[in-house]
Every structure is written in structure tokens, then in C-alpha cells.
Design a protein around this ligand. Structure first.
Ligand code: XMP
Length: 216
């Protein structure tokens, strides 16, 4: 699949209980553009959880793959065999490592998204000064898109200018302080929201609320 903006909302399903994860996926799958899984859920449930979630939505594996090219290829192969539609990798390991992910993704008809500047304060230590280079690297390696911070919309504007046609997925909305609408207005194609949805009393209502904000 190719991630296409409809609701523009991606839920980060970082719960660590299989039943809860599948219940949220079933309720929200039809409303969101994708469900992002990360280590907290996969370490508890195993990689097989990807196939279970795929019944309800596209799945992005946020494994922040960051190894030598051969190991990256093996990780991507297993992740795509498990059914993931896209994988997130780190760019700071270099173009050959990112290219290794893209080559495997192309074989499976799937997508790779590259982390640039992260959404948390620690991203200022090392990543921010190199964010534009990471955007360029993602483009040169043939990635489908990048990850950039909703917590810094002013940075999103600059990163958007640099990213050309690449898609931008933007985490940091809600619990980390970012605003969904501002992130889209600054140039993101999708926002990624975790705690503000899955910790809400009514996750479906919380997701619908975000979708309304994104529609305006
Ligand atoms: P919350 O609960 O903060 O969850 O809405 C955010 C989700 O996104 C992940 N995350 C990131 N992933 N680059 C990434 O590739 C980032 O800058 C970034 N910031 C947050 C986080 O692990 C969680 O799954």
C-alpha cells in the first residue's frame, strides 16, 4: 500500500495489552489512515500482532531501524513478511543503511519513512543541527517520506520546503504539546497521535475530535 491522506490521522498504538490493542484497532481502524505499532506492543505480543491489526487498518512499524545495511535488510524483510505496510528507520546511520531498507521495501511494494528531527526536547542535542541533511539523505535514498516534529511547527515549515514531494508524518501532537491543526498547516501530511487517543476515556471520540480539527 501507499499511505494516502484521508483523515490525516495515524494512531500510535503503544498500549501493552493485546486485547486492548485489538479493541482500539477494531473501533478506530476505519477512521484513521494507519495504525502505527512500536516496540511496546510488539515486544509484548510478538510480530504476529501486525497481521491481526491489518484486518482493520494499514500498519506502520515504528522500529526506528538503525543498523548496518545487512541487518537493516533482514529487519525490514521480517517486518514486511509480517504484513507491515511501512517501516520507520533512522537516517543518522547513513545513506547505505537507509537505502538497504528502501531496497527491501521496493521488493515488497511497501514504504520507508526516515526519522529527521525528533519531537522530544533531546532532539535538540544531536538531531536538530542535522535535520536538513537527514531530509536530503531520505530523498536521495528513495524513501517515501520523513518523520518531523509537530512540537516545532516552525521547523516543520522549513523541513516541508526541503522535503519536496516526500510525505511528512508528524508525531508529538497532544501529550507532547503539539497541535494537530498547526502541524498540518505547517506542512505535515499526517499527524501521529498516541496517548491523547488511547488513554482517553473514549478513544473513538478522541480520534473523531482530532479528525474534525484536521478537516477544518
Ligand atoms: P504520543 O503518545 O506522544 O506518541 O502521542 C507518539 C508516538 O510516536 C513516536 N514518536 C516518534 N517517532 N520520531 C519518530 O519516529 C519522532 O520524533 C517521534 N516522536 C514520537 C513515539 O514513539 C510514539 O509511538
Amino acid at each position: 500500500m501507499t499511505l494516502t491522506p484521508k483523515s490525516r490521522l495515524i494512531i500510535a498504538l503503544d498500549v501493552t495489552d493485546r486485547t486492548e490493542a485489538l479493541s482500539i484497532a477494531e473501533k478506530l481502524g476505519g477512521a484513521v489512515d494507519a495504525i502505527k505499532v512500536n516496540y511496546p506492543l510488539v515486544l509484548v505480543c510478538g510480530l504476529g500482532i501486525i497481521k491481526d491489526i491489518k484486518k482493520y487498518a494499514n500498519v506502520i512499524a515504528d522500529f526506528k531501524v538503525a543498523d548496518i545495511p545487512n541487518t537493516n535488510s533482514l529487519i525490514c524483510r521480517e517486518t514486511f513478511e509480517a504484513g507491515a505496510d511501512a517501516i520507520i528507520c533512522q537516517g543518522f546511520v547513513g545513506k547505505d543503511s537507509v537505502k538497504a531498507c528502501v531496497d527491501v521495501a521496493n521488493k515488497y511494494g511497501r514504504e520507508v519513512y526516515v526519522v529527521t528531527e525528533m519531537s522530544h526536547p533531546g532532539a535538540l542535542d544531536f538531531l536538530q543541527p542535522h535535520a536538513f541533511e537527514l531530509v536530503d539523505l531520505a530523498f536521495r535514498a528513495g524513501a517515501s517520506g520523513i518523520i518531523a516534529p509537530a512540537t516545532r511547527p516552525e521547523r516543520l515549515v522549513d523541513i516541508r520546503c526541503r522535503a519536496g514531494d516526500m510525505k511528512i508524518l508528524s508525531p508529538g501532537v497532544g501529550a507532547q504539546g503539539g497541535d494537530a491543526r498547526k502541524a498540518i498547516d505547517a506542512g505535515a501530511d499526517f499527524v501521529i497521535v498516541g496517548r491523547s487517543i488511547y488513554n482517553a476515556e473514549d478513544p473513538y471520540a478522541a480520534a473523531v475530535n482530532f479528525i474534525e480539527q484536521l478537516r477544518r
